[in-house]
Design a binder for this molecule. Structure first.
Ligand SMILES: *Cc1c(COP(=O)(O)O)cnc(C)c1O
Length: 225
């Protein structure tokens, strides 16, 4: 099927309240434009330079999400235009996003990334660490960031029960944070689910799925590149 057909099919399958992030990393502009032409507006990238280049070349009403591991020294390149940063996993990074947000007079929306997988390679907070951050006086001074929700990646496995458990954990962190620390309407997103596991993620309460290969076809790279 074509990119356009894939998008329309997926949109048709998923509930209306679930946002679709089309993960276009490594894909050319033409592929992005094909998705754009059938109404797709949210795209996700995981490399700063690639994101900046695509932002400059492509239509300005695209909402660009940064979904990868973000280094503090590169925040300044995406701060002027990025719509959502999915992978915030330290106070240091959050402070830098706040600083760059202030420079461009923006409030930058961020998701806290949680470590939910059994693999050690995946980034993210453990629950207690995130609670420490949310309670810290330093966090409370940050005015140019807004925590819009949480994000996580499940283990890459065929074991549905395990994936389901990891997604349930992420949802429970979201609920606990909402109850104890960020009781606001704007704290609302649970970014979970990729091509292999998005149906399970939606069953477990995902509000945002990040799909690459099921839209654009396989990438000739390893999964997390
Ligand atoms: C690449 C990537 C995706 C999309 O992966 P697919 O398996 O191609 O759907 C989603 N989230 C993150 C963080 C990624 O790096």
């Amino acid at each position: 099927m074509s990119i356009a057909e894939n998008i329309l099919k997926i949109k048709n399958e998923i509930p209306e309240n679930v946002k679709l992030v089309a993960v276009s990393k490594t894909k050319p502009d033409a592929a992005i434009l094909e998705a754009y032409e059938v109404g797709q507006r949210i795209f996700g990238e995981n490399k700063v330079q690639e994101l900046v280049d695509k932002y400059e070349r492509l239509p300005k009403d695209i909402e660009w999400h940064f979904i990868g591991h973000l280094q503090s020294n590169k925040v300044k390149y995406i701060a002027p235009f990025v719509s959502l940063i999915h992978g915030v996993d330290s106070l240091k990074l959050l402070k830098e996003i706040d600083k760059q947000g202030a420079k461009c007079e923006r409030i930058i929306e961020c998701l806290l990334q949680f470590h939910i997988a059994s693999e050690s390679a995946k980034f993210g907070f453990y629950k207690e660490e995130s609670f420490d951050l949310l309670q810290s006086p330093e966090f409370k001074t940050l005015k140019n960031i807004r925590i819009a929700g949480v994000m996580g990646m499940a283990t890459y496995t065929d074991d549905d029960a395990q994936i389901q458990k990891e997604f349930t954990n992420l949802k429970s962190y979201f609920e606990e944070i909402k109850e104890k620390f960020i009781c606001e309407e704007t704290f609302k997103e649970i970014s979970m689910g990729m091509s292999a596991d998005y149906k399970l993620a939606i069953e477990e309460g995902s509000t945002m799925i990040r799909l690459g290969s099921s839209i654009f076809g396989i990438r000739f790279y390893t999964k997390f590149q």
